[in-house]
Design a binder for this molecule. Sequence first.
Ligand code: S3P
Length: 441
Amino acid sequence: MTNVAIINNKIKNYKKKIFVSGDKSISIRCVLLASQAIGVSRIYNILESADVLSALKSIKRLGINYKKKDNYYEICGYGLSGFKTQKKIQINAGNSGTLARLILGLLINSKKEITLVGDNSLSKRDFSRVTQPLKIFGANISSNNQKLPVKIVGSEFLRPINYEEKLGSAQCKSTVMLAALKSPGITKIRAKKSRNHTEIFFKNLKIPIKILSKKNFDYIEVTGGHNFKSFNYIVPGDISSSSFFIALTLLSKKSRLIIKNVNINNSRIGIIRILNKMNANIKFRNKKRYKGELISDLIVKSKKKLTGINCPSSLNSSAIDEFLILFLVAAKAKGTSIFRDLGELNKKESPRLDIGVKFLKKIGIKVERFKNNLKIYGNPDLNLDGKFTMQNFRKDHRVFMMTCIAALTLGGKWKIHDKDSIKTSFPTFIKLIKNLGAKVN
Ligand code: S3P
């Protein structure tokens, strides 16, 4: 039973200040970009989770050394041609879609075949979304029916491409941007809006990049072939990890939480925008800029009167990892909530749209689904008793954490499987909820 979380009680009221761990997207980008820089980079407050460890191990397989020091990691890069790819090797991305996709961009100049594998969940995900543009750069790629294992051999004759990113996927956009780094000439990307950490890094590292932002799309031009210097970076707190604590506080009674030093990049705060439209009143305090990213403390208080939302799909990409927790808040809100065009949710670590709908039904919430659109009939009086088990969710860390928050705020006796899934993105999650007073066995 060691891998099961048992929650039999709601959380009592609390007033606390917490730090969540470092941002996963930024941590992985730090590792990959440091592996391409010239010299020794230092990364502070990196997320020490399985996904980031897979990134560190992957660059090590490719000949890039890293060292853990007291409070930072040192990564020693040798520039854009610094990977050692003279022999056939295999790299394992574990559970991380971000790592698996982005690193393929960096392998388009590999000399020998590199095989990319991952865990069971990652092996079910689509890779054609990145292999297709990478082939146009000139790389030779084969896959197992568009899935892992993916084999890639680079080309000496890379060419820049024109690419249209239509899914609103930062992973696809970033993979192409990283490949563009290695290809001579100007790669032009028209990308549906999505998180822009890679663009911000490029600007900071003085990699030649031009960005023209329009309402729904960004036009990005990257000029390849320019080496860049190593860097120091302090990773800010993760808004996606914060979202579980935001929901916990909103849905519990008489509580107040300050979450310190969270990345509030505009392309990531869909969760705050949506919750504030639902009357949550989450506030920012001590806003500051750090190397192009915006960072702030978040202040959240319990809210008795949350209201349903008719959520514009233009907010989807900036809340893409937060929909499970949003469904839970919608379940407790007054009135109906409508979410649209959520097809991408089923392409994540687990089919989150399907699982979210099943979960809502399990806790007695009426939900209507039409294709990838959802209507959730909220019930502010929702209070559970009886026994609940949550399992078979492909060990998806976010499903596990959302279910813990449901158990702690709605009541009932819960057995939640795959506790170790939190190692992926937020290993200190259980410790932190216990610090707030939660009883979890
Ligand atoms: C990520 C982008 C998102 C997100 C993932 C991290 C990134 O995926 O779901 O957890 O770091 O670029 P998509 O870009 O494929 O939507």
